[in-house]
Design a protein around this ligand. Structure first.
Ligand code: KG4
Ligand code: ZN
Length: 335
């Protein structure tokens, strides 16, 4: 079964074709990083405009790269939230238009569920497993029981993990996005140079705002020419230790036999290395290109959701975010 995936929830326009939820035929991403750099973060109006500018060409290119046409597709899967609503709507409208024109099934996909599914790409992973999802907007521990049945065991109480990386990156004078740039700076720093606090919250939950404030206070006290690489490395050390400790604990507590990570922060090499070192059960992680936003994971999610009636709001467990629009609401509003 061939599914075309479309993802426009934030600052990447993505289109992919995946066979049977696992085999990636084409995965195309157009990043808007250069456009948002001058704002120090994602500017929604610019994101929307940039998605609109490229989406048609990107979809056509994806089909050309795959040597396929619309007729050969079985369905179209599209991210419907959470994310920037005006950006999401660019992808949704396009997906809806194409599904009508070529009479293809339209499958609405929750972005967080899609991140979990990035682990099914080019892999034979099967549930049950425990998943650490750490992205720019969310940090969660999810008990994935079957391909479509899962329970959120814990979440961040304030900042998301990627958001904390981005904010500290900005404080260190790094350009947007902070996470990957902080990781690069940290490679030349000493992770033990600064001892930073760890939040005391329920073991399944996360909190990064205290750490952020501690770093801010520290920088205010340090001389102007303090060692930025040392601070980057110490911050990364603190965050990755917390993430690893919590997901390993959650696996033990739930008696789960596999650990999975997902979301933009799962691209962090220190996190990946530590988890492999510490865990005594198998660890699965997406290929680096599928950690950050992409449409292959959306197509994979679409494959798994293809038989679930869309009006059951099967993804409701993730839909508490106000920017997560229900597919049936979108369909009603746009028909
Ligand atoms: O999953 P994602 O691409 O988008 C969202 O759904 O939010 O995650 C983006 C987040 C950003 O905050 C970014 O700084 C962070 O993931 N990130 C990283 C790394 N690569 C991306 N954080 C730490 N280390 C990285 N290598
Ligand atoms: Zn994402």
């Amino acid at each position: 079964m061939l599914i075309l995936g479309i993802e426009t929830s934030c600052d990447e326009t993505c289109c992919a074709i995946v066979e049977d939820g696992r085999r990636v035929i084409v995965n195309n991403v157009i990043s808007q990083i250069e456009l948002h750099k001058e704002f120090g973060g994602v500017k929604p109006s610019v994101a929307k405009f940039a998605h609109e500018e490229v989406i048609d060409d990107l979809i056509n290119k994806t089909l050309r790269d795959a040597k396929l046409n619309f007729e050969s597709l079985d369905a179209i899967a599209v991210t419907i939230g959470p994310g920037l609503v005006i950006s999401l709507l660019v992808g949704f409208k396009k997906a809806k238009e194409l599904s009508k024109k070529y009479t293809k099934k339209l499958i609405g996909v929750n972005h967080l569920y899609a991140h979990i599914c990035s682990n099914f790409l080019e892999s034979d992973l099967e549930p049950p497993f425990i998943c650490l999802l750490a992205s720019g907007g969310h940090t969660q521990i999810i008990n994935v029981k079957t391909f479509t049945d899962y329970e959120i065991l814990g979440s961040t109480l304030d900042d998301a993990c990627g958001e904390a990386f981005d904010k500290i990156g900005r404080l260190l004078g790094l350009s947007y996005p902070g996470g990957p740039n902080l990781e690069i700076l940290a490679t030349s720093g000493n992770p033990e140079a600064f001892i930073l606090p760890e939040a005391k919250v329920n073991p399944y939950d996360f909190s990064f705002s205290g750490l952020k404030t501690a770093v801010l206070r520290l920088v205010q006290k340090l001389p102007e020419n303090y060692n930025r690489a040392d601070l980057a490395a110490s911050f990364q050390e603190n965050v990755t230790n917390t993430l690893v400790k919590k997901i390993v604990w959650a696996a033990k507590k739930t008696n789960t036999k596999k650990i999975v990570i997902a979301g933009g922060v799962s691209a962090n090499k220190t996190l990946r290395k530590k988890l492999l070192e510490v865990s005594d059960i198998p660890v699965y992680m997406p290929d680096l290109k599928y950690c950050t936003d992409n449409a292959a994971m959306v197509a994979s999610a679409g494959y798994l959701l293809k038989d679930i009636p869309q009006d059951t709001d099967a993804m409701d467990v993730f839909a508490k975010d106000p920017s997560c629009i229900k597919l049936k609401t979108l369909l009603k509003a746009s028909s």
